[in-house]
Design a binder for this molecule. Sequence first.
Ligand code: ACO
Length: 399
Amino acid sequence: AIDVSRLTKDTGLTTLDYGFVNTAAVKSRITYIDGDQGILRYRGYPIEQVAKSLTYLETAWLLIYGELPSASELEAFDERIRRHTLLHEDLKRFFDALPYDAHPMSVLSSGVSALSTYYQDSTDPHKPEDLEISTIRLLAKLPVMAAYAHKKSIGQAFLYPDNSLSFVDNFLRLNFGTLAEPYEVNPVLSKALERLLILHEDHEQNASTSTVRLVGSTEANMYASISAGINALFGPLHGGANEAVLTMLAQIRDSGEGVEKFVEKVKNKQSGIRLMGFGHRVYKNYDPRAKLVKESADEVLAALGVQDDLLDIAKELEGIALADDYFKERRLYPNVDFYTGVIYKAMGFPTRMFTVLFAIGRLPGWIAHYREMFDDPQTKIGRPQQLYVGSPQRDLPAR
Ligand code: ACO
């Protein structure tokens, strides 16, 4: 077998692969994707079954530890996470110091980075007990930080977690509860949010997960690596697409130009406009997550009694795009982000929180990959090659 890592050294041969379209940099047992068939499996289990039957935390366990948890394992995991939801009180001052209109994704990545300052004695990726406690702390505290970012953006007081509630219900209360009155969790919301979070939990070597791995490959701690992953997710070509989709749908509605005209603009490359929520590096077929999200969109809006013209625009857009040769030839289908924004909006989340919700969903995947990397004896620091195309050697002008 060819040892690719020695190719450059031994032969001077380097592969140039913009965007790593063909280059595998790791072996992984976590998630399987067949982009042509539209198949996604977590640890071998089809996403459709996982999303229907498991909870967010059960799925997190499955991704991180490789097998389904027993009832007692799950209970202990859940209990441990509940005990770690509180943030250090000083972090409130940290949040207070940020501008009121900060994007919640910036608040979240800064907050996660700041977390490592409180746990400096337990961040060694080579110590199993440090990996374990960092895992628990991140799963417990990220949703609380996300809710803080939300409350800050709307000028409301932060609430303390209520650890008698389930993971998802606690999160809903932290976001939508107030100090003024008790908060009743709506089971429709809770179920729908749990499902959406599960659908986002892992997606193999996407840009943010690869970022977590690259940063982690330097042996940076889990907080630093995941904070970097959150920043990678922020971009509109990745997790930021769910926010961009809603902005796009609202622009189509408000401009009154009609969906067909908008699609024509997208097809004209000069316009530089992309159909957000469409296309995927790996899926050249309907994204299986998008199918499930689309079902949820109808269910949730009906159950909440919400009528949203943006959902109608999204469906019309999908219909026109799927029938159009431009999209057919390029095999562009709706991805997971296409319908999620409509649901998050119906739930009451502001648009700028959408990518934060993606981050909470993706967290178990990031953790699973970070840990898998430290388990793999072949792991080495990530360091791509380049093809130098700059100036040959030259001399500075004489002075
Ligand atoms: N709208 C219009 N045209 C598109 C779109 C789109 N959304 N996506 C791809 N294309 C076109 C490209 O212009 C290109 O056309 P060409 O061959 O004539 O030059 C062709 O389809 C291939 O596109 P690439 O950009 O080469 O595909 P790549 O795999 O690099 O990009 C990406 C994938 C970034 C997801 C892209 O499809 C895109 O920008 N989509 C919109 C943003 C989005 O929804 N991102 C979320 C992705 S899913 C996630 O992160 C959860």
